[in-house]
Design a protein around this ligand. Structure first.
Ligand SMILES: [Zn+2]
Length: 249
């Protein structure tokens, strides 16, 4: 049922940025190690054993995958314009589920006026201070974000940063949610569960999960009616929560 609920072309789901070299004078990156603890902030959860997941392709075939640095919190902000009623609670619940599945620590930094953009800068010191920009969750429209046109309810992905010899690290993610689609979805019976599931799906892209063909997983792109993370999704998210700490970035 509900074909098209998560129908999103994979090519639009990543906001992959060029490799960053933080030690160049005037480089557009923050000082290294902001908020970095010595050890991961949460213990990576055990795997469900399922293999019904796919990690996003690493930018470097020599590296297994790119993930957020688990030694520091993942900050996020919300651009509330266009948000449907009850949106804050949906976002809060979806973030909590991704946090529980990865054990990444998410920190809500409040509202922002920043508009979503495919060319979003990963470092915006004037707006967010000298640190990687927080994940932007933006209630948007197809007029503002043309990739939301048609059946697409949401888009999600992260840029990455890289320093020679260390793993790629995801930074500065972005989720664009189709506010008019959500307003309609919320009229359905159980609409809140479907709406929350779309946000969970997009946040899973933000932390590095890709689509799978398995229709019993939330990361199936066709919207098969799944509204919670299933065994494969959870196994993949557990892997992504166990990335390496890279204080050099
Ligand atoms: Zn997707």
């Amino acid at each position: 049922m509900l074909a098209g609920l998560y129908s999103v072309p994979a090519v639009f789901e990543r906001f992959v940025l060029p490799a960053a070299l933080p030690y160049l004078p005037g480089a557009p990156v923050p000082p290294p190690g902001f908020e970095a603890a010595d050890t991961p902030l949460g213990h990576a959860p055990g795997s469900t054993g399922s293999r019904a997941y796919a990690l996003q392709e690493s930018p470097d075939p020599g590296q297994p995958f790119a993930a957020y640095d688990p030694c520091r919190p993942v900050h996020y902000v919300v651009r509330p314009d266009n948000a449907p009623p009850g949106a804050d609670e949906l976002v809060e619940q979806a973030v909590a589920k991704v946090s529980a599945a990865t054990r990444l620590r998410f920190v809500y930094d409040g509202f922002t006026s920043e508009a979503p953009s495919e060319e979003r800068e990963s470092y915006q010191p004037d707006r967010y201070g000298k640190r990687w920009a927080p994940v932007l969750i933006a209630w948007s429209t197809p007029e503002e974000s043309p990739d939301l046109a048609g059946d697409v309810d949401g888009l999600g992905g992260s840029g990455y940063a890289y320093i020679t010899g260390r793993p790629y690290v995801l930074v500065a993610g972005q989720v664009e949610l189709d506010a008019p689609d959500f307003a309609e979805m919320l009229q359905w019976p159980d609409g809140r569960h479907y709406a929350r599931a779309v946000i969970m799906h997009e946040l899973a892209h933000v932390v590095g999960l890709d689509h799978v063909d398995d229709p019993t997983q939330l990361m199936n792109p066709e919207g098969t009616g799944v509204t919670e993370f299933a065994a494969g999704d959870l196994a993949g998210l557990a892997v992504l929560g166990g990335g390496q700490c890279v204080p050099e970035l």
